[in-house]
Design a protein around this ligand. Structure first.
Ligand SMILES: [Zn+2]
Length: 466
């Protein structure tokens, strides 16, 4: 690797220089799964302008060029994270052996004390972990808004902008407290009016619909057991009037399915369908407990799923039916989920987890290494509504690119480099481009001091328990 240019964090449009990666194994994840054992990728500004076998085209113009020798490396699209709760970075390692409902009840009181400083520090921790594991675009679901806590959404947006992540925050919410038959304590919920006002304002303030957008908002009431039916209906109307996407949790646990049957007299998929929450502008986290009929409805409506295998295992909720979902054509992406239920926080690790859990459940043909990579890249792009712009290495797509070192002791003896990435330990990340800008080089963040990120996270975590 050569010298590191100063990152231009504040420029919306990246510098119009040319970056050439050569001599690398390239897995494009295009529709034909095209791979080049020795190939190139060329980036100009924030767009990919060439991908192919052998050496890069020779250019005779006088555009400044940075050349990167990709020998011993695998180049893939950046990974796309479809579900997270950044603020949980500072509440990890708690309620270690609890079920989802017990875990939530244990953590709500701590979460109700978060403020802007906590969320900013936690978001920096979560985003650092994502970037360092090859993730270039991420959704976040923030649904805890204690009164007087400040601009929490603004805090995580600031962190994402500073660290250089392509960011899809969703304005979450809870309005069904214990006294209304919900799970969260009453002090943790907001009124419908306050939620809809704040959500509309967040979209108006932050959402950028441009093709190369670094920031798109979504609307995200938390879950069937923490929000009212009215809020789900009205949130769907609001999102559609603003032309933004909808996100929530669904079918995560058997407890939740039982809750839906007791309170709504139907399963969570039927319930969501009845309030306008199935559609190709919706994606739902987990969906572990789906029937064949549920899967068919997800497929026919184009409703996306954020598959979070490590979090589901950590909370013992089950294993989503990934093989059946993919066979039915349901859009599926990967998610780390909040790091209070997946202390790892690495999206790269979810490639392997998705494959292993799918096979543990249905045998060795349940998911191949290339299918796992596809779910983690194009699948995620489709789920968050960016399939035309990110998720594969193709001319005309945005330059969100990961370059993994696969010639070290952990991987050099594996001939198939995609297998090395998915089945082996997560390889060192030599380079991560987001929107054409290098945010990781030689395994180090270029946009933040990770020692400082770690210190701040520790201080804010301590503040919450004091
Ligand atoms: Zn979640």
């Amino acid at each position: 690797m050569t010298g590191r240019p100063e990152p231009a964090r504040d420029t919306v449009t990246a510098m119009a220089e040319r970056l050439v990666i050569e001599n690398a194994t390239v897995a494009t994840v295009d529709v034909a799964d095209t791979e080049f054992p020795t190939g190139h990728v060329v980036v100009e500004g924030n767009w990919i302008v060439a991908v192919g076998a052998g050496a890069a085209p020779s250019y005779t113009d006088d555009v400044a060029v940075r050349r990167i020798d990709g020998s011993g490396h695998l180049v893939t699209p950046g990974l796309v994270n479809t579900h997270h709760h950044f603020y949980q970075w500072v509440t990890r390692g708690l309620a270690q052996d609890a079920t989802l409902f017990d875990w939530l009840v244990a953590l709500y009181p701590t979460w109700s004390r978060i403020d802007e400083d906590v969320v900013y520090a936690a978001a920096r921790g979560s985003i650092s972990s994502l970037l360092l594991s090859g993730c270039t675009a991420a959704a976040d679901h923030h649904y805890v808004f204690p009164r007087g806590a400040g601009d929490l959404l603004g805090a995580e947006i600031r962190a994402a902008r500073e660290l250089g992540l392509r960011f899809h925050p969703t304005r979450g919410s809870m309005d069904r407290g214990v006294s209304d038959g919900g799970l969260p304590p009453d002090f943790a919920v907001e009124s419908i009016e306050a939620i809809l006002d704040a959500t509309a304002q967040a979209v108006d303030t932050h959402h950028d619909p441009a093709p190369d957008s670094m920031l798109r908002l979504g609307v995200a009431p938390c879950s069937p057991f923490s929000v009212s039916t009215d809020l789900l209906r009205e949130a769907a109307g609001l999102a559609r009037s603003k032309n933004v996407r909808l996100h929530t949790h669904g079918a995560e646990t058997l407890d939740e399915e039982q809750y839906c049957h007791e309170v709504f007299d139907k399963g969570s998929t039927d319930y969501l369908a009845g309030v306008g929450w199935l559609g190709d502008d919706v994606w739902i986290a987990h969906c572990v407990h789906l029937s064949d009929a549920d899967i068919a409805r997800f497929a026919s409506t184009g409703t996306g799923i954020a598959h979070c295998p490590s979090s589901n295992a950590r909370l013992g909720t089950g294993i989503a039916r990934l093989q059946e979902l993919l066979a039915a054509g349901v859009p599926v992406g990967l998610g780390v989920d909040g790091t209070a239920s997946n202390e790892n926080g690495s999206l790269g690790a979810e490639l392997r987890a998705a494959l292993l859990f799918a096979r543990a459940r249905k045998g060795p043909s349940a998911l191949g290494v290339r299918q796992a990579l596809r779910v983690g890249t194009m699948g995620g792009a489709r789920v968050i509504g960016r399939a035309a712009e990110i998720g594969s290495l193709e001319v005309g797509k945005l330059a969100d690119i990961a370059m993994w070192y696969v010639d070290g002791v952990e991987h050099s003896s594996i001939e198939d480099k995609v297998a090395a990435l998915v089945l082996g330990s997560l390889p060192p990340l030599a380079l991560l481009l987001v929107n054409g800008q290098p945010v990781v080089e030689d395994g180090q963040l270029t946009t933040a001091d990770v020692g400082e990120v770690a210190r701040d996270a520790r201080i804010q975590a301590q503040r919450l328990v004091d």
